[in-house]
Unconditional design. Structure first.
Lengths: 482, 398
């Protein structure tokens, strides 16, 4: 029986009250006024890093060697060429004899990737596929999208046996509907008229897909425990449920005023939320919107009570947040405005491709070595053991630090090096189980950092080399917030 | 392993004014230091049989190879070797020249260090992204700077010995105030202004707890030494200075990757100084070393170095600082020329600049900064970061 074996979401630490954006830019178009908060990726996050974070939450202790593929979906793929799913697979230290693919070009791509994974598992051509989705969509200053879009990610491990929710069926509709579009050279997307999107697209495609799915499965609206679909417009969101025949409690909270429209990831973050509150035998539906709609039906199993709960659930993300009170910082994080970096800030490490390839496990995967003679974990990778009482040569095996917790041994807040979020905080991390090295800290403020505080590792963007079109990735430490 | 104690003598030294030499290039600084040194030794350029050139930021300062020196000074077809060992580069050039004459391979050798840091176009040291750390390491390491890394040393020291940030910062401020006092008297120093404790304490923070006055000057400059065999030295001058020890130690990185190193000391300094004391036959450094120029890239480095060199008991440097032990009129003056703090830190030149001061002090030529009857002077460089560094320690005497 194919289905979801595990799930995880990720919402970035930073939020902004939409009123902060409106106060800065609302003079341009007063009709952009939108209520609530939205999530904002840190300056060192993008769709790939957020997807990795969601995958780590999803994989929480699961043996990664069983994964036969990674399907990544996003409208904000950092790389147009260079498979983003392969960056994610390397960061997660997955096997290399796997299939990887990026799904894009529509906010429907997330459900399409989920469907593709479910069908591959059902067909028996793969044992387990990791489906992840993330978006970090940037609205043009003064546009409604600038207030609407939030950042976030979700991940699901799709496989057979011991599933927490079995895949039941699907129904897809495809339309060339220009609610939003971009061409190759665009930095921002464009929207059609909102009334037309609402009446002709949003309020029609989702009901068509969900009703089609229920017909196909011989289900009535009252059979459904929870239906998740994105909120593009708050009032029509509830009307869609009414059109289909759902009562309000059957509709998953849309978090539009909490995280915002997280694009491709949106319906799947909502699916995570509905799974977090699901009971055995619940029938749940997820549907997307964008160039049509996919609707997928799952039936929750008894296994839902056995899943090892990751503390990083949606409520945890809601509780742990840092408000951005400055619009300029928000647009600086997204590189919407170009700030002065000085010569020092313009200087970036030269990531030569052969060197990056050779050291990919170390750089992207945070894979160090562990001495087979004395058992000492060490990072960066060594051939001669760093333990002065051992010094064995070439007795190393791979050792993954990315999933190890540690504590902060010492740190500093540096005002000299350039960062768009000064001061730069970094410190020495001692890992549980051994090993120590220094790392940048992120998602924290200097005043909140304490010696000995527990930290964990997070995959982040290290630099942008604009001259060579390279995003450098690395691992940083963040305070444990569960 | 007998070392080179009393086998080599310094017979001439030169040093430019350190500072922001907007109108002097690397070549000008090399010529100035060289002329100063050969004038002091009373020799001609043609007398130099071999030379070592030191820079750290080679690609900014001068370019690779020995040619920048041989071509600038027109030293025809003698061996010139470019050495780089981070902030110990100048001392490394001196070590090479000393070994060259100690071995008997040459009679007269030159060590010259130079750096033109103010050509980078911004304050502080060049960003480490420029390749100084190695491309792979730079991708692995944090977005770090020197002040931040040494700030961790300060936090580690304060934490271990129970100093409040206020107490710790006052201790460091006294170190900087002392160096400003000495530097103000030195016409070749970069920063020549007395600064009081209050000003130091109130300065903007660069990397907590280090403020502006906890950081040394970033400067342009050059310094040079001419060495010969000890038995020949008196034929050049009546007051040559003899090399008692010159040692370099490079760390394994185990402080950073393995052990419980707590950022309250620098293990490599302890190792290098022990080797130097053994070479020089020194049993009690606190009593026997008259004065020292140590690598005060940051005030905390000087504090920790006092303990690592065994000038102060471990954990007790504050008592010695409070007692004025390291002041110009104290029992063991440190940074009599202003140190890196005020003389400035053109990296490749710094080790030789330190030796220039010890040499002049031992010859009694330091005017208002002259200390009484110095017997042994010590220089110390720290290249890199406290848990991952190369250290030089040299000891000279009459």
């Amino acid at each position: 029986m194919a289905g979801i074996k595990s799930y995880g979401a990720y919402i970035p630490w930073h939020r902004i009250d939409r009123n902060v954006i409106y106060s800065a830019m609302g003079w341009l178009d007063p009709t952009t006024y939108t209520l609530g908060e939205k999530s904002v990726a840190n300056y060192d996050e993008d769709a790939v890093t957020m997807a990795v974070a969601a995958c780590i939450n999803c994989l929480n202790g699961i043996d990664r060697s069983v994964i036969d593929g990674v399907y990544f979906s996003s409208l904000s793929l950092p790389y147009k060429q260079r498979l983003n799913a392969s960056i994610i697979a390397t960061a997660l230290d997955l096997r290399t004899d796997i299939r990887t693919a990026d799904f894009s070009a529509s906010t429907k791509a997330g459900t399409t990737a989920l469907l593709a994974a479910c069908e591959a598992i059902k067909a028996g051509t793969a044992r387990n596929i990791l489906v992840c989705t993330a978006d970090c969509l940037i609205g043009k200053p003064g546009s409604p999208q600038e207030e609407e879009y939030g950042d976030g990610a979700a991940a699901f491990l799709i496989g057979k046996g011991n599933v927490i929710a079995s895949f039941q069926n699907f129904y897809s509709v495809s339309y060339d509907f220009m609610d939003a579009w971009m061409i190759n050279t665009d930095k921002y997307n464009r929207l059609g008229e909102s009334r037309w999107i609402r009446e002709e697209g949003y309020s029609k495609f989702i009901p068509e897909a969900i009703s089609g799915l229920m017909n196909k499965c011989h289900l009535a609206p009252q059979d459904i425990a929870k239906a998740s679909y994105p909120c593009i417009f708050p009032k029509p969101h509830i009307n869609i449920g009414k059109i289909i025949g759902f009562s309000p409690e059957q509709i998953q909270d849309h978090y539009f005023g909490t995280f915002g429209n997280t694009g491709t990831a949106y319906p799947l973050i909502l699916l995570v939320a509905s799974l977090e509150n699901a009971k055995p035998n619940d029938k749940i539906i997820v549907a997307s919107f964008g160039s049509g709609s996919d609707a997928l039906a799952f039936q929750v199993t008894d296994e839902i009570t056995n899943i090892s709960i990751n503390n990083k659930n949606i409520n945890n993300f809601i509780a742990n947040k840092e408000m951005l009170t400055n619009y300029n910082k928000f647009v600086t994080f997204r590189n919407t405005i170009t700030v002065e970096k000085g010569i020092r800030g313009e200087t970036v490490p030269w990531q030569q491709t052969a060197m990056a390839w050779r050291n990919r496990k170390e750089l992207l995967g945070l894979i160090g070595t562990k001495c087979k003679e004395c058992g000492t974990p060490q990072y960066p990778r060594q051939r001669v053991c760093v333990n002065p009482n051992c010094r064995a040569i070439d007795q190393m095996e791979d050792y993954r630090f990315s999933d190890k917790k540690g504590y902060l041994f010492t740190y500093t807040a540096d005002s000299l090096v350039f960062t768009v979020n000064p001061p730069q905080i970094y410190g020495l991390v001692n890992f549980e189980g051994g090993g120590r090295y220094w790392y940048d800290l992120t998602d924290c403020k200097a005043d909140d950092i304490k010696v000995n505080m527990p930290v964990e590792m997070t995959f982040r963007k290290k630099f942008t080399d604009a001259n060579r079109s390279i995003y450098g990735y690395c691992w940083k430490a963040i305070p444990v917030r569960t | 392993m007998s070392g080179i104690k009393d086998k080599v003598a310094i017979i001439g030294m030169g040093c430019t004014k350190f500072g922001e030499h907007w109108n002097k290039g690397t070549e000008d600084l090399m010529v100035d230091a060289f002329l100063d040194a050969i004038g002091d030794a009373g020799i001609e350029p043609k007398d130099i049989q071999a030379a070592w050139l030191a820079t750290q930021y080679t690609e900014i300062t001068i370019g690779a190879g020995g040619i920048p020196l041989s071509q600038t000074l027109k030293m025809p077809y003698v061996p010139v070797t470019h050495v780089e060992n981070k902030c110990a580069s100048g001392s490394e050039a001196l070590r090479a020249a000393c070994y060259a004459v100690a071995s008997g391979a040459y009679d007269i050798a030159l060590a010259l260090g130079v750096e033109k840091l103010k050509d980078i176009g911004y304050g502080g040291l060049p960003d480490f992204s420029l390749g100084n750390q190695g491309k792979r390491d730079r991708l692995i390491q944090p977005n770090l700077s020197a002040p931040g890394l040494f700030a961790m040393l300060a936090n580690g020291y304060f934490n271990k010995y129970g100093l409040s940030p206020e107490e710790g910062k006052i201790m460091l401020a006294k170190i900087s105030a002392k160096s400003h006092h000495n530097g103000a008297m030195n016409e070749k120093a970069h920063l020549r202004r007395e600064v009081d404790i209050e000003t130091i304490m109130k300065a903007p923070i660069v990397a907590w707890p280090l403020g502006l006055y906890d950081c040394c000057g970033v400067s342009d400059g050059a310094a040079a030494a001419i060495v010969t065999r000890a038995d020949m030295a008196k034929s050049f001058r009546p007051d040559p200075i003899y090399v008692k020890a010159i040692q370099v130690a490079a760390g394994t990185g185990e402080e950073l990757m393995y052990n419980d190193y707590d950022f309250s000391y620098v293990e490599t300094t302890r190792r290098a100084s022990r080797a130097a004391y053994e070479e020089a036959g020194i049993k009690n450094p606190r009593e026997e070393i008259s004065m020292a120029e140590v690598h005060d890239c940051f005030s905390i480095t000087e504090a920790v170095t006092m303990e690592d060199l065994q000038f102060s008991p471990v954990g007790k440097v504050k008592e010695d600082i409070d007692a004025g032990r390291f002041n110009l009129d104290g029992e063991q003056p440190i940074q009599t020329d202003g140190g890196l703090k005020c003389f400035g830190h053109p990296i490749g030149a710094s080790g030789l600049r330190m030796m220039y001061e010890e040499y002049k002090q031992l010859q009694g030529k330091c005017g208002s900064r002259q200390i009484k009857n110095p017997k042994l002077g010590l220089t110390h460089n720290l290249g890199g970061f406290p848990p991952q560094c190369v250290i030089s320690v040299a000891i000279v005497g009459n």
